[in-house]
Every structure is written in C-alpha cells, then in structure tokens.
Design a protein around this ligand. Structure first.
Ligand code: GLU
Length: 280
C-alpha cells in the first residue's frame, strides 16, 4: 500500500474562514496520526476569481494554524497543459464532444428557482460542427456519459470507499452515480479546465491516498470516480466530514461574509482556542 497522503486544496478566491480551518486541520491531523504526507494544493484554475493576495493570505493563515506542508506546493494554474493533454486523451477515445449550446439555450423553459437539469447531449453532425467552428462559435468540451458507459460497460462496478459520511449519512462502499450530474463540462473558453478533471489528475500525481474534505463535495466524488476510471487513475479513499455551522445554524461560506481567519487573528484568537472550539 502506498504511504498515507492527504491534502488541503483551497481555491484562492477569498480568505479562509473557520470552515476551511476545520477541513485543513482535520486533514493535517489525519496525516500526522498516520505518519503520512500532507500536501497543500492551490486550486487556482479559475483565472478570473483567483488572486495572488488571497493565496498569500491562505498560506499565512495555514502557517498561523500550525500547519506544515510539502514543498514546493502545487499551483494548478502552472499545469494547464497537463489538464489539456488529458482532455485530448479523452477526445481521442471519443469520450468528449463539443457542445455549442449557450447557457441561455440550456435554461429555456426553466424557472429561476428550479435547479438546472443535468444536460445529456451528443456531438453535432460533422458538417454542422465544421460550420459552427468556421463561424467561430464558442463551445464547451463535455464528457459524454453515453460514451463513458459504453467504454466501461456501464457504471455498476464504479464504487468508492467513504470512511466519513455524505450529507445523507452515506458511508462504506458507495456505488458511484455519475449520471446525476449529466454530461459535465471539462473545458470551456472562460473556464479553461473543469475543477473535477484537475482534481483527479492532481490527486493521482501527488499520490493522494485519502481525500479529506467537506460534505459539500460528496457529490463531486461520484463524478471524480468516473474520471478516475476513464483515465485509469487510482481511486483514493474518501473521508467527507460534516460542515461546521455558526451560532446561527448556518454553515460558514465565503459568500455570506463569514468572519475570516485573518479577522479572527486580528481580534486576538489563537489556534489553540480555535481548535478547542472545533473539538479538535
Ligand atoms: N478547491 C476546492 C474548494 O476550494 C476543493 C477541492 C477538493 O477538496 O477536492 O472547494
């Protein structure tokens, strides 16, 4: 068995709050307890929302929390060519197709409060596709669930081990249901590469044996399991943890302007007190 290795993989699109601290400390403590590796990965593929000052702030906060990570850290924006090579591999194997549908076209008939319907499509006929490309129409590369099912002989054998729990207390051996997400977008003009693809490639490359992260990413494991199977990558063990909630009963989130670690720090908080408050 490869040595235990886990990671914390923040996106530098804001400063860290308590929820991140809980996730990072949980992963770090697990690595320590197992005598294993702890990796920090900066998931900055979203070039529009990621900012160097957030990354710098994240590193400062994690060091303040007492975390130590392997050097050099991996910054996804420095490896875009690797992710595109993987998409090319999938393309050669007929697993992805160009989708020209605009967001507006996909949303036709959907009321604002209704969730987006998972999209399932197919490549355009060759001539039509050539015409649209010649016209310079924008497109997304989507992973075809139909082609994936043909390649793998169905998804019945796709599973992963959950040592934590999903939001509905799913635990143990879980059958992956990638169908729920539809044909996911793997690359698009504004999103050079999708989060799921970068994550599975990096987890494999960095030898991650245990993915420890919040339950909000449990559904992602279903999609990521499919990508691992298609790209012939190992499947790590998953440990999704419950999300910390504030005194208002709501989970911490960047968009709710949750108090950041740097604010807590400035107000005199200590890592020890924070750990105690989180039961760590
Ligand atoms: N970068 C993701 C986030 O900030 C986490 C990815 C993961 O842990 O798999 O939410």
């Amino acid at each position: 068995m490869p040595p235990f290795a886990t990671r914390f993989a923040p996106s530098p699109t804001g400063f860290l709050h308590r929820g991140h601290a809980f996730s990072a400390l949980t992963a770090f403590d697990a690595a320590r307890a197992a005598g294993g590796r702890f990796v920090l990965r900066i998931e900055d593929i979203d070039a529009i929302r990621s900012r160097p000052e957030y990354e710098a702030g994240i590193l400062e906060d994690l060091a303040w929390l007492g975390l130590e990570w392997e050097q050099p850290l991996r910054r996804q924006s420095e490896h875009l060519a690797d992710y595109h090579a993987a998409i090319e591999t999938l393309r050669e194997r007929g697993l992805v197709y160009r989708c020209f549908k605009t967001r507006r076209e996909l949303d036709i008939g959907r009321a604002p409060h209704e969730p987006a319907v998972p999209y399932r499509g197919a490549p355009l006929p060759e001539r039509e596709e050539a015409e649209r490309l010649a016209r310079g129409d924008a497109f997304a590369w989507r992973l075809s669930l139909d082609a994936a099912a043909r390649t793998l002989g169905g998804f019945e054998d796709l599973s992963f081990v959950e040592e934590g729990a999903g939001p509905d207390v799913e635990t143990g051996l879980i059958r992956a249901c990638p169908e729920t997400a539809g044909d996911i977008v793997l690359a698009r003009k504004d999103v050079g590469v999708a989060y799921h693809l970068a994550v599975v490639l990096d987890d494999a490359l960095q030898g991650i044996t245990h993915v420890i992260r919040g339950q909000d990413l449990f559904e992602a494991a279903h999609i990521q399991r499919l990508l691992q199977a298609l790209l012939d990558l190992p499947t790590p063990t998953y440990r999704h943890h419950g999300l910390l909630v504030g005194s208002d009963g709501k989970r911490y989130a960047k968009r709710d302007n949750a108090q950041t670690l740097r604010e807590l720090r400035a107000a005199g908080a200590t890592p020890q007190a924070l750990r105690a408050e989180m039961g760590l």
